[in-house]
Write a protein that binds this ligand. Structure first.
Ligand SMILES: Nc1ncnc2c1ncn2[C@@H]1O[C@H](COP(=O)(O)OP(=O)(O)OP(=O)(O)O)[C@@H](O)[C@H]1O
Length: 248
């Protein structure tokens, strides 16, 4: 998936201009930036629900999308909501068949949420709802997976599971994966590359961990930040705690 010389505007305000960005098959890209800087807007532009005001968007393959807002318009049963992730496979006037429900069940299993299949969406907790929406995206066998703050309601175990899964989907299944987050540690954990949204005229991209220097993160969030890194068995930095100097 690629954006070439993209300009993004929302309500007349420019979020990014002359943005060149590509995400390749087998790669995980994390988008970081302060509140209101445009992470959701950029993801919507990449998904195609918000047109670019300038530039080109090039997509090869099917997109799976996990939006930040977890509101759903009707109080579906969980299995019926997840099977909607198969819309592309089912077709406009088709109805889901056994294969589609099997894919929905497998996606729920993958997120560890099979027990919720017959529950109404309105009865779910925030984290359960987030896991179910991720399952909906997985059910569709996409090539590009885009997730807007997918871990915002998840406990530490489910965060770990989600980011391991994203790495597996990219590494083993060859998906291109994009997620936004407010937690730089998620990018250390799961991303190959980061995009730092500093402002409309300034976006940096680079490999993890190099692009997540204390200097870069402190400039991005306009507050002093220290990165505390541990190396795990592979020698690669897998985890990092981010703390202000007072906390460190
Ligand atoms: N429909 C809208 N009308 C007016 N302003 C909007 C609209 N949608 C988004 N914005 C503004 O565009 C800017 C970018 O919003 P966006 O949701 O992309 O930011 P974000 O980086 O995802 O923020 P957060 O981290 O707080 O979720 C914000 O200032 C927001 O208020």
């Amino acid at each position: 998936m690629r954006i070439q010389q993209g300009e993004l505007r929302v309500a007349g305000r420019c979020i990014a201009r002359a943005l060149d960005l590509d995400v390749n098959s087998g790669e995980v890209l994390a988008i970081l930036g302060p509140n209101g800087r445009g992470k959701t807007t950029l993801i919507r532009a990449m998904v195609g629900t918000l047109p670019l005001s300038r530039g080109r968007r090039i997509v090869r393959g099917a997109i799976g999308y996990v939006p930040q807002s977890t509101g759903v318009s009707f109080d579906y049963r969980v299995r019926d909501l997840v099977v909607m992730g198969r819309a592309r496979n089912i077709g406009l006037f088709g109805s889901p068949g056994a294969e589609d429900y099997a894919a929905a069940d497998a996606a729920l299993d993958r997120m560890g949420q099979h027990a919720l299949a017959d529950r109404r969406v309105s009865t779910l907790s925030g984290g359960e709802r987030q896991l179910v929406l991720i399952a909906r995206a997985l059910a569709g066998d996409c090539d590009v997976l885009m997730l807007d703050e997918p871990a915002s309601a998840l406990d530490l175990r489910n965060q770990r599971h989600l980011f391991d899964l994203l790495g597996m989907l990219a590494g083993d299944n060859g998906l291109a994966v994009v997620f936004s987050t407010h937690v730089p540690g998620h990018a250390f954990d799961a991303a190959d590359r980061v995009l730092l949204l500093h402002g409309p005229n300034h976006c940096d991209t680079g490999p993890v961990p190099q692009a997540l220097s204390e200097e870069a993160l402190s400039a991005l969030y306009d507050t002093p930040i220290r990165v505390l890194a541990d190396s795990f068995g592979s020698g690669r930095v897998l985890r990092a705690a981010v703390a202000t100097p007072e906390q460190a």
